[in-house]
Design a protein around this ligand. Sequence first.
Ligand SMILES: [Zn+2]
Ligand SMILES: [Zn+2]
Length: 503
Amino acid sequence: MRTFITTLPARLGCQSVGPAPMPPVQHVRVIGGLAECPGCGLYQHVPELQPGQLAACPRCGQHLQRRRRTAPVAAPLAFCISSAAFYLAALASSLMTLNVYGRERTVDLLTGPMELMHEGWGEAGVLVGAVTIMAPAVAIALMFAILYAGTRPTLPNWAPAILIWYEKLRPWSMVEVYILGIFVAYTKLTDMAHVDVGPAVYLIGGLMLTMAVTDSTLDTERIWKHRRVDSLARLEDGEAVPVEYVHVGDVGMPPVERLVACPSCGLVGEMEHPVSNLHCVGACPRCGHSVWRRAPQSLTRTTAYLIAAVTFYIPANLYPVMTFMRMGGGGGHTIIEGALELWSDGMIPLSLLVFFASITVPMLKIVSLATMVAMTWRGARQGLVRRTRLFRLVDMVGRWSMIDVFMISILVAVVRFNAMATVTANAGMVAFAAVVVLTLLAAWSFDPRIMWDAAGMNGTLVDGLPRAVLTAHDGDTTQGPSGPASTKSAATPRPANMEPNQA
Ligand SMILES: [Zn+2]
Ligand SMILES: [Zn+2]
């Protein structure tokens, strides 16, 4: 008897581009022991990892899977509970108290976004509130749900959607960047007045650490393996076809052009016909996510976001981001003037940090993504590994540009002493925040695998099936990329819970 998928809609929300993509499909094969590198698109054998082992792509070095030594649910749960405690305490405590000639003003986490909204910079206020207050709360709540699901014998039906949402939302939680924003704001304030740092600053520091440790102890791959693979897969047209489970060690490597990997849980499926990059093939039988060979319209979307980012980049650097009025004097500051002022005050490391985060990073992102897009259009083969690594770097550092926006939100909240001292936000800040958000979206919509596709590197594998490079905790490489793995010797015991559910 087969279990029928009841949780999926008839049409999956995957909108294919162009005419009907594929001839009729009779069944789908799920291939265990196989993974596609999300950095370069190379299909490779990844054996069952031992605790403390890391599997990386032999071609581009992207980390594919990591098996933690810590308890899979208990360790992240402990840190998640601490995160919730830190978060609630930070929300209830004061962030900073400023004393200007005997007049005091105390602010908390909410004051910055509220003041920005009152001043008419609603979009910036909503952005700061969303990434420093809402996103961490939702991320912690989703993590609790995921860990609760992880304690069940099989992953419940609602759990995959929660895990997918968590992965989408987590980059928007910018607590660690906010801490630096507080630090820069504090440094700017100390030379004009007496500043008392409130308990919220330490609590946010704790929250930053516990959220990072929760992520690093969470073993998503292990959680996914708790989830049964459904015996029916829903195709794009809503039709359900049977799923057959095989292991790459038993059947060998299928033709690459028929393979497709789930963008969310990484499950690899083989279709009966070659799969186009432009079309959604259906829903993943393990997590229900729409399955595309490549992120849809990646090049077009990245190009559009980049053009928009360049448009905002000019006013973001020409117009002042904030105005500092003190005893009737003072005036507007642009981003670069803010960094130069820190330098002239003798705070050279901080000035370099602001310069790097606010000027170098957005520029680096725009230039390197534009280069990647142009080289992909041209089908260039040069520097593919370097470009893939650069993409990972760009993806990682992009959020740090928010330092200046956070710093301004704190100054606007705390320096409100009418004629004595007042900080107001200016249009440049909104343009700058738009640059940061647009470059983040540009990086997230770019699929680095298309660079390798365009260079003709993802065709049929002539040397057999490559193997992932396994590294132990002490850094020893236990399996090198040298030579293809014989598919028989690559066979590893099949995890029982990866079997399709044939109830
Ligand atoms: Zn790779
Ligand atoms: Zn999936």
